[in-house]
Write a new protein. Structure first.
Length: 159
């Protein structure tokens, strides 16, 4: 179980077990019955669970412990704890030594998305000014990036 976000009154966790509907239903029902929990929203496609709770009635640690027990999955350290322990570096320097590998997929998605947008804009601009070679080249770049985009999201699209 990985804590994806933790704010006052809300916590999001991700776990592969949450992609299975029977387990997810059991966990959600048990959490709603927990004192202090106001609601729980699940996403089976990505395996995440968003829990809203009243911070005056329950602590985040208690809710995380309960989720961990229900999933029978140990809680992994949040990214901030790894950074304090020296395991990960600051988000301001993503290419520095010891970079957390969890940043790489997000960075790759961002580069592919912006690359597709730039290639498409340049291709359309080249077509407008009748610069055929640039139009073809940027079209090829767009198609390559689009193929990578589809490959990255194949699990979501064909699930």
């Amino acid at each position: 179980m990985v804590v994806a976000s933790l704010l006052n009154g809300r916590v999001r966790v991700r776990d592969e077990g949450l992609k299975k509907q029977p387990l997810l239903s059991r966990v959600t029902e048990a959490l709603i019955a927990t004192p202090g929990v106001t609601s729980a929203e699940a996403n089976t496609r990505v395996g995440s669970l968003l829990v809203f709770y009243d911070a005056a009635l329950a602590a985040a640690e208690q809710i995380l412990k309960r989720i961990s027990e229900l999933l029978d999955s140990p809680q992994e350290a949040p990214p901030s704890a790894e950074a304090e322990a020296g395991g990960a570096t600051s988000r301001h320097f993503p290419f520095s030594r010891g970079m957390s590998l969890s940043i790489l997929p997000a960075l790759r998605r961002r580069v592919v998305n912006y690359g597709m947008l730039a290639a498409l804009a340049l291709s359309v601009g080249a077509a407008i000014i009748h610069f055929k070679k640039l139009h073809v080249l940027t079209g090829i770049v767009f198609l390559a990036l689009f193929g990578d985009h589809l490959y990255q999201r194949r699990g979501q699209m064909f699930a």
